[in-house]
Design a protein around this ligand. Structure first.
Ligand SMILES: *[C@@H]1O[C@H](CO)[C@@H](O)[C@H](O)[C@H]1NC(C)=O
Ligand SMILES: *[C@@H]1O[C@H](CO)[C@@H](O)[C@H](O)[C@H]1NC(C)=O
Ligand SMILES: *[C@@H]1O[C@H](CO)[C@@H](O)[C@H](O)[C@H]1NC(C)=O
Ligand SMILES: *[C@@H]1O[C@H](CO)[C@@H](O)[C@H](O)[C@H]1NC(C)=O
Ligand SMILES: *[C@@H]1O[C@H](CO)[C@@H](O)[C@H](O)[C@H]1NC(C)=O
Ligand SMILES: *[C@@H]1O[C@H](CO)[C@@H](O)[C@H](O)[C@H]1NC(C)=O
Ligand SMILES: *[C@@H]1O[C@H](CO)[C@@H](O)[C@H](O)[C@H]1NC(C)=O
Length: 585
């Protein structure tokens, strides 16, 4: 069983009726054995989590609408869950794999996830959501290809490479968890890994990617790390951006890209340089000490070494952070400047990031599965029915560090919120709407409670993330793609809406918010379920910076949401309750 069992039987699942033949979408089956092992990614032996003996875990390579079945055997000594970051789980938050939706898989047991990648394409990844298992590497890539006959706005690349980048701690996940449990922070990461390897700048490196001279390759970058934004770049080559988290973009060319926690970007790279080796570089952003790792890209048939001189990333801003407080950037002016990586004053550094964000545009003419709020691609013309403004904060509760959203620091409950709601016992487990749409004036006054927003099915909502802190934030919303319409310095006011990109903002699932800045997203809450909105910064998420959005269809109809799966494990107070009346057609 140590290998992936992958069976395709689209032919077997066709059902013929009188005149038509309905073919169920193909199934892909995976069996995963999750175990501990001792590895030394940064030269220090530590406990790492393997999936079928691999770190990072196996790739899920699939096509839009495929049914994915993953039977996960938990051979750790603790409860465990995976989530499928970016897979929208239409009508199916049962498969979300967070502690608010699903009972964790007990040690020695297995659980089978079953979901469909409905109408999606793009680059995503899966990761552990229990304890601090994510710090031990329980992650891997997900590719969702366009179906045959659906045109893709670029030629088929010669090959595709996953580049999972992330900062890494040598302490081990249990020690890190104890640190957080005792109310401290994780402090500084120890290094950066690329596909589980540290790399060096001396000689050939692992991982190694091979390119045939003259051919074009797709590199899918995801930041799977714990705390830091990562800048990626390739010696001597430019990168043509083609996709961000499920949207084909306008194909701009970049020397380097910032990949914030939880984000994924696909680029095309053509082997059009002297045939030899080149470094792919990943380095932390916005940190005092820049941690760097490299991988080697080798042109096939070549022997020449890579130049030891690494391309520089954009200049960090940590040294000037304090000066950002009174600073207001003129975006009109900054947008007009051609080369933000040049030698302007320190304010320019933030402009580089903002300009990069603003340059990301959805390719409106590319045909692919795309979100279609209320039957229209013109999301800019839909009236906003609700504005939720969220301010992140840090503070102490009983002398221990906690992170909060609008003053509420989420705590997980033994009974998953979704199950409590489904079984009609929500009132015994949590209160809806402790969090208000308008943040309190003192967001550092923190209380700990399950944090659940009661949202109205099909509302078109605007969520504003205001970051008053000195560190960069990264927010991920499950269950949906959203339009990332703006990121600007300062505080949000309603008149900032005139600056939104209401035409071709990228539809994605994770958005960064720079220090002392805000970001705005919009989405239609048309996917019934219980959906997590979380900071992708591990310590923040673990210490409470997450919430759930409950979206219930009043119809209790199978058209809107699936019933609880038969194999769903029950725990907490719903364990022995009778099954509720199922949803009906
Ligand atoms: C998973 O791996 C462990 C350790 O290699 C092994 O003992 C166990 O039998 C495996 N479980 C399954 C279900 O293959
Ligand atoms: C991934 O899936 C695509 C589309 O189904 C296929 O063309 C490709 O060969 C697959 N790659 C791997 C490594 O399985
Ligand atoms: C556990 O795995 C077995 C196959 O080994 C499978 O029959 C069973 O359905 C799985 N259990 C769950 C809860 O998915
Ligand atoms: C957008 O997609 C279309 C259709 O596939 C393609 O022809 C075009 O080059 C793309 N436009 C940009 C700006 O990337
Ligand atoms: C920002 O710069 C633009 C273009 O240089 C200028 O027209 C505008 O007045 C400036 N705005 C502010 C608020 O300084
Ligand atoms: C949106 O709101 C405007 C102003 O309140 C109103 O005139 C318009 O009819 C609304 N549009 C829709 C589609 O509801
Ligand atoms: C949630 O909001 C809906 C309106 O969208 C309302 O009907 C319902 O009573 C609310 N539920 C709770 C528990 O507050």
């Amino acid at each position: 069983m140590g290998r992936i069992n992958l069976v395709l039987f689209s032919l077997l699942s066709c059902v013929s009726t009188f005149v038509t033949v309905h073919c169920e979408d193909p199934y892909l089956f995976f069996t995963w054995n999750v175990t501990y092992a001792t590895l030394s990614p940064l030269g220090v032996p530590q406990q790492v989590i393997l999936i079928n003996g691999q770190f990072p875990g196996p790739k899920i390579n699939c096509t839009s609408n495929n049914n994915i079945v993953v039977n996960v055997f938990n051979n750790l000594d603790e409860p465990f869950l995976f989530t499928w970051n970016g897979i929208q789980q239409r009508k199916n938050s049962w498969q979300e794999g967070t502690l608010g939706t699903t009972c964790p898989i007990p040690p020695g047991k297995n659980f089978t996830y079953h979901f469909q990648v409905k109408d999606q394409i793009g680059s995503f990844f899966y990761h552990a959501t229990t304890a601090l298992h994510h710090a031990a590497g329980a992650y891997g890539p997900i590719h969702v290809h366009s179906r045959d006959l659906i045109p893709v706005p670029f030629d088929r690349p010669e090959d595709e490479y996953d580049v999972l980048v992330g900062d890494w701690y040598t302490k081990g996940h249990s020690t890190l968890k104890r640190l957080l449990d005792s109310g401290r922070t994780l402090a500084r990461a120890d290094g950066v890994l690329i596909n589980g390897k540290a790399g060096s700048t001396k000689g050939e490196n692992e991982p190694t990617f091979t390119m045939i001279p003259g051919k074009t390759y797709r590199y899918r970058f995801c930041n799977v790390g714990m705390k830091n934004s990562i800048n990626v770049r390739i010696q001597g080559h430019t990168m043509k951006l083609v996709e961000i988290e499920g949207s084909h973009t306008v194909q701009n060319v970049y020397d380097s890209l910032d990949v914030h926690l939880g984000q994924c970007y696909s680029v095309l790279v053509t082997a059009n340089q002297e045939p030899k080796a080149y470094y792919l570089v990943a380095s932390t952003r916005f940190t005092k000490t820049v941690l760097t790792s490299t991988a080697t890209i080798r042109y096939s048939g070549s022997t020449g070494p890579a130049s030891p001189e690494l391309p520089k990333g954009p200049v960090g801003w940590a040294w000037s952070l304090n000066q950002f407080r009174p600073f207001r950037w003129n975006l009109t002016a900054s947008a007009a400047r051609p080369n933000p990586q040049g030698s302007y004053h320190y304010g320019q550094i933030r402009a580089w990031s903002l300009n990069q964000f603003r340059s990301f545009r959805w390719n409106l003419t590319a045909s692919a599965a795309r979100p279609n709020p209320q039957g229209s691609y013109h999301y800019g013309q839909i009236n906003i029915t609700r504005t939720i403004k969220l301010v992140n904060s840090a503070g102490k509760v009983d002398g221990k560090l906690r992170y909060a959203i609008n003053g509420i620091s989420h705590e997980n409950t033994e009974t998953p919120l979704k199950l409590a709601e489904y079984f009609g016992v929500a009132d015994k487990i949590f209160k809806y709407d402790l969090l208000k749409d308008e943040p309190p004036t003192d967001t550092e006054q923190i209380s700990i409670a399950p944090n659940v927003i009661n949202a109205t099915f099909r509302n078109f909502v605007e969520i504003i993330f205001e970051n008053h802190e000195k560190s960069v934030q990264s927010w991920h919303l499950a269950g949906y793609a959203f339009f990332a319409v703006a990121i600007e310095p300062g505080k949000w006011t309603p008149d900032k809406r005139k600056n939104y990109n209401l035409l071709d903002a990228v539809s994605r699932n994770t958005i960064q918010v720079y220090p002392k800045s805000w970001a705005a997203i919009m989405t239609t809450l048309d996917n019934a379920g219980m959906w997590i909105l979380r900071s992708m910064i591990s310590e923040r998420k673990y210490l409470g910076q997450q919430l759930y959005i409950s979206v219930l269809s009043p119809a209790r109809s199978l058209r809107d949401e699936y019933n609880i799966p038969d194999n769903d494990p029950l725990c907490g107070i719903v364990k022995d309750l009778p099954m509720p009346k199922p949803y009906t057609a």
